[in-house]
Design a protein around this ligand. Structure first.
Ligand code: SAM
Length: 200
């Protein structure tokens, strides 16, 4: 989709990928990987619900998204909730993302990574993730899974091998877990929970 199409989806109302609330996998990922609050980045943050959850958890959070309408909604939500620890900005990843201070302790991406089209885009994206992460920082993405998918609509679906080969070239995989986009809904889209750190 073009940047304009993304924006249009948010201008029209609630887009189909919107989780309604923060990403339901986040609490478990943070707990299981013992991720201590610090600086966080949400790539393709949409309306900012997960970024605001991270702020509530104690992170200072940046959310970046190409859709100005999504960022406008995220900013309103933050100001209505009185949350000051979130900075939302319009921009395209990876080109508009900058390293802040010592880097990000946690970087998340719900539903953008799986849209990358080829190995060049993946390499540019993961190079930037590695540049932005602190040495012990953790990256998490939720992506669509091929095995068990019932239809071909929606985002591109990834096989386990494709996920492994995308990440293992430059990152250290901490977790690759088969789950659902909405873990409590067995009918929701099959997904991969991918948690990784920069390879040493
Ligand atoms: C499938 S949606 C997921 C949104 C949000 N993470 C969620 O779970 O509701 C993908 C998001 O990535 C944004 N996006 C697309 N290309 C982008 C890019 N190059 N840089 C930053 N955001 C992008 C879109 O505007 C959209 O909000």
């Amino acid at each position: 989709m073009s940047d304009r199409d993304w924006d249009e989806s948010y201008r029209k109302g609630v887009p189909p990928w919107d989780p309604g609330d923060y990403d339901a996998h986040l609490p478990r990922v943070l707990a299981d990987h013992r991720i201590v609050p610090g600086r966080a980045l949400d790539i393709g943050c949409g309306e900012g619900k997960s970024a605001l959850y991270l702020a509530g958890y104690g992170f200072t959070c940046t959310g970046i998204d190409v859709a100005p309408s999504a960022i406008e909604k995220a900013k309103s939500r933050a100001s209505e909730s009185g949350i000051l620890a979130c900075d939302f900005r319009v921009g395209s990843f990876p080109e508009d993302a900058e390293r802040r201070d010592d880097g990000y302790d946690f970087i998340m991406d719900r539903g953008l990574f799986h849209l990358l089209k080829d190995s060049n885009e993946i390499a540019r994206y993961l190079d930037k993730v590695r540049e932005l992460l602190t040495p012990k920082g953790v990256y998490y993405t939720l992506m669509a899974k091929l095995e068990g998918a019932s239809d071909s609509s929606g985002p591109p679906k990834w096989s386990e091998n494709a996920v492994r080969s995308a990440f293992e070239a430059s990152m250290r995989l901490h977790e690759l877990r088969a789950d659902r986009f909405f873990p409590r809904d067995p009918d929701s889209m099959p997904g991969w929970v991918v948690v990784a750190g920069a390879a040493v």
